[in-house]
Design a protein around this ligand. Structure first.
Ligand SMILES: Cc1ncc(COP(=O)(O)O)c(C=O)c1O
Length: 367
């Protein structure tokens, strides 16, 4: 018998939002809307689809090991040096590479309660000692995190806007924070939702900083609509990025993901429509939540965190929505047991979702 390491035995696998086909099979429903994984409801950019079609016949070839065209495209777009950039199969995989590259078993890492589940999963996988500071009114408590830094702290993880709360910290809060973090502590700034937030006054764009202890993460999974392909990238000082290259699996992201990413960066029309649709859907949701009295946290991203009286209410709410064909995300595993997250959809999806939400909410209030 092989002895399984204790920390692996204790792991719970990443729990994603329920796939549409699975719910359809389980419940025999005709119509299903999924607003559970913060995906882009418009689908991928038509330019990405075209790029994939153009490269499909080269699938028998390995891609460029340093993903040169993609890295150069990112460098040009964000005015960075190619040595400051590494791409991989999603920012989730970059989080794992960063943890395994810059810390060892038993090191302390710091973050927040109520943040991205992928961070918690990575930390447990690598058996790091993790400290998670409670949220302050559903915002990441930067001062609280500063107070918990010790000589053993190696990495701090911050998502801005944060998932699942949708809240953000400002440029001045971030700069004050960075000025007080020791230079030996690496800060990961995860900007998965930055495209939805960058027009908000005071939002700090991480790619405008050049700091020796800062790595910024971006993903193609959200506004760019490529979640299924798996592509993300990290930007940081070259001396850190070169170490990540040693740990990354060769040929990540896959060749089609690279081509689709390059094409998506060139589709401003698609991005504009994505932002327009997001605002429209979130406004429809806000109006309905205000009308029927569901509590939600104001958002800077493409989703709302809904808050219910307790965990049991949230579980039942989620279940009743599923029964009617609406997939949402209960965020207990993000350490918010009474929370349900809903992301923006098309107008039609949003109307469908709000009808179900209203119906279910009043049924549960009456019981
Ligand atoms: C804050 C945050 N970071 C990273 C990710 C994962 O992105 P990717 O699909 O690139 O792994 C998500 C997805 O939900 C997220 O919310």
């Amino acid at each position: 018998m092989i002895i399984i390491p204790k920390h692996v035995k204790n792991l719970s696998p990443y729990k994603a939002g329920k796939p549409i086909e699975e719910l359809a099979r389980e419940k025999g429903l005709k119509k299903i809307v999924k607003l559970a994984s913060n995906e882009n409801p418009l689908g991928p950019s038509p330019k990405a689809i075209e790029a994939i079609a153009n490269h499909i016949n080269s699938l028998h070839r390995y891609s460029s090991p340093k993903t040169l065209r993609l890295v150069n495209t990112i460098a040009e777009k964000y005015n960075k040096l190619p040595e400051e950039i590494i791409a991989a199969s999603g920012s989730d995989s970059l989080i794992q590479y960063i943890v395994s590259t810059f810390s060892v078993e038993g090191d302390e890492v710091l973050s927040s309660e109520g943040t991205f589940i992928g961070w918690y999963v990575s930390i447990d996988k690598y058996d790091r000692k993790s400290i998670n500071v409670p949220l302050n009114n559903y915002h990441i408590d930067l001062n609280g995190i500063l107070e918990r830094i010790t000589g053993k702290t190696r990495i701090i993880y911050l998502a801005n806007p944060n998932n699942p709360t949708g809240t953000m910290f400002t440029k001045s809060e971030f700069e004050n924070f960075m000025s007080r973090v020791p230079k030996e502590v690496l800060v990961i700034l995860d900007e998965a939702y930055t495209i939805y937030a960058e027009d908000i006054p005071g939002y700090p764009n991480g790619l405008l900083y050049n700091m020796e202890n800062l790595i910024v993460l971006r993903t193609l999974s959200k506004a760019y609509g490529l979640a299924g392909l798996r592509a993300g990238f990290a930007v940081g000082p070259a001396y850190l990025i070169q170490e990540l290259y040693k740990m990354r699996l060769p040929f990540e992201p896959n060749s089609l993901a690279q081509e689709a990413a390059i094409a998506s960066f060139n589709d401003d029309v698609f991005l504009k429509e994505t932002i327009r649709m997001n605002k429209l859907s979130l406004n429809m949701m806000k109006d309905k939540f205000d009308e029927i009295g569901i509590r939600y946290i104001p958002t800077s991203a493409n989703f709302y965190l809904l808050l219910f009286p307790d965990e049991e209410f949230a579980v039942r709410f989620n279940e009743e929505c599923l029964n009617r064909g609406l997939i949402l995300r209960h965020v207990k595993n993000f350490m918010i047991p009474n929370g349900i997250r809903i992301n923006s959809g098309t107008k039609e999806e949003t109307e469908f979702a709000l009808k179900i939400i209203e119906e279910v909410y009043f049924i549960l209030l009456d019981n």
